[in-house]
Write a protein that binds this ligand. Structure first.
Ligand code: HEC
Ligand code: HEC
Length: 411
């Protein structure tokens, strides 16, 4: 994995000078041409600065909010509490739009592409997996250095006034350390500290502590632990195409090259999650968070086929969360599982009724996009059918999901 990091950092990027005024914070290529030992030292030193930045509330306009406020290390770098969306901004009272994802197991996230072809040994390269990858629920940036600027500048997150103001704060607090880490690669001129700092945060996010692979399931795959009968039943249901079919999207087996499963294929999928009426943004009945087609992402606003699609999240550490799905509409794993089992047999359990008494299925998606919603198993049922999973089977799957939490100690 360390090799992966170095390979990533070594990817040639445009010269700093050419990109100084550019939008991206990822223009800096500090390790290009460096001997391996030096590249290693630089990555280590940059990660150390990035770690301090990640926990530093001074990088927010309120002085009260760090990256770690939302991405809590005690919760697998996911939300610290049961809020569907966190509060931020200069007054710490502005609500966000989406649930906070975990930052664990993002290290292998592929760059966003509209046409994903699986190049893994046992994947079929001719199959087009559709829109896949990128960071965020809508995959709108590819790199951690670009991503970091989103919360740093968002008016409802860390709310720095603009790039210049943020650059000044980073220069004052971290300029010397960034220069020491980067040496001659330290950029000069306007926004230099911003670019170096964004790179430091990205480097920190690639540290092995974000992907320790030390869950009970990892121990099981390595032959060092056995699953309880209930966990084992849950795994079978998770992988059975006629039952949970979960592993179709949340991959549970090692890749052809032996890499551990990430529990996501990074695919963009519409599941038709119910509208979360508790979100302040949703008080406006004309507002819809349509994921890949906007409004946060702007390049696919004219692509109706992409409306309602969100990135399949990893299920590693999912049992440490208290809110689920992009809009945080579900509060327990049981609620999530009921949705998978009964969305199509008992839609009235999840969606409100209209004035005529009819259930408004997929109520968080305007009707013209309803055809985008996934209808593969377990979503292949109809009213009157038995649910895709019984309550006992749901309990089994939840027991299995709990084996995906890191920090399992071998006894
Ligand atoms: C106010 C809460 C909040 C703060 C503060 C915050 N984030 Fe996030 N983060 C989120 C939310 C919400 C998302 C999902 C955003 C989306 O999909 O539009 C997210 C997404 C991400 C992602 C993409 C994860 C994925 O699943 O693809 C990364 C990486 C990330 N944040 C890093 C950071 C860093 C670094 C900082 C500090 C510079 C930070 N975040 C500060 C709430 C926050
Ligand atoms: C067709 C692909 C697909 C299948 C099959 C699938 N999922 Fe998902 N899963 C997703 C997507 C996409 C999301 C995010 C949806 C959203 O936020 O709107 C998700 C979200 C989740 C979440 C919430 C995670 C979080 O961080 O909020 C859990 C838990 C989950 N799935 C478990 C399962 C289980 C268990 C199964 C099998 C019963 C399953 N999934 C089957 C694609 C899939």
């Amino acid at each position: 994995m360390r090799l992966l990091l170095i390979a990533m950092l070594a990817v040639a990027a445009p010269a700093w000078a050419a990109a100084a005024g550019a939008d991206g914070a990822c223009a800096l290529a500090p390790t290009a041409g460096l001997p391996r030992a030096e590249a290693y030292r630089q990555a280590r030193d940059l990660a150390a600065v990035g770690r301090r930045m990640f926990f530093d509330p001074v990088l927010s306009a309120s002085g009260a909010m760090a990256c770690a406020s939302c991405h809590s290390p005690a919760h697998a770098y996911g939300p610290p509490d049961g809020r569907a969306v966190q509060l931020g901004g200069s007054d710490m009272r502005k609500p966000g739009l989406r649930a906070v994802p975990t930052l664990t197991y993002k290290q292998a996230t592929p760059q966003f592409t509209e046409h994903f072809h699986n190049s893994d040994d046992d994947g079929d390269e001719s199959v087009d997996g559709g829109p896949t990858g990128g960071l965020g629920w809508d995959g709108r940036v590819d790199r951690g250095c670009d991503q970091a600027l989103i919360p740093l500048l968002s008016p409802f997150e860390m709310a720095n006034a603009d790039r210049a103001a943020l650059d000044a704060v980073i220069a004052a607090r971290y300029g010397a350390d960034l220069r020491a880490a980067l040496g001659e690669a330290m950029p000069q001129g306007p926004l230099a500290a911003l670019a170096a700092g964004a790179r430091a945060i990205e480097t920190f996010e690639q540290e092995p502590e974000f992907y320790p692979y030390d869950s009970k399931y990892d121990a099981f795959l390595a032959g060092k632990a056995s699953l309880t009968p209930q966990e084992a039943r849950g795994l079978v249901l998770f992988e059975d195409p006629a039952k949970g079919n979960c592993s179709h999207c949340h991959i549970s087996q090692r890749g052809g090259d032996g890499t551990p499963p990430q529990f996501t294929d990074y695919g963009m999928i519409a599941l038709g999650a119910p509208r979360n009426r508790a979100l302040p943004a949703n008080a406006d009945p004309t507002f819809y968070d349509l994921g890949l087609c906007g409004p946060e992402r702007t390049d696919f606003r004219d692509r109706p086929a992409y409306c309602g699609l969100f990135k399949t999240p990893t299920l590693r550490n999912v049992a440490t969360r208290q809110v689920f799905f992009h809009n945080g509409v579900f509060r327990t794993l049981k609620e999530v599982m009921d949705f998978y089992a009964r969305r199509d047999t008992n839609p009235e359990l999840f969606y409100p009724r209209g004035a005529d008494g009819k259930v408004l299925k997929y109520d968080d998606l305007p009707p013209q996009y309803h055809d985008n919603v996934n209808v593969e198993p377990p979503f292949d049922r109809h009213p009157g059918d038995p649910p895709a999973l019984t309550d006992a089977e749901i309990d089994d799957i939840i027991a299995f999901l709990k084996t995906l939490t890191d920090g399992y100690r071998l006894r």
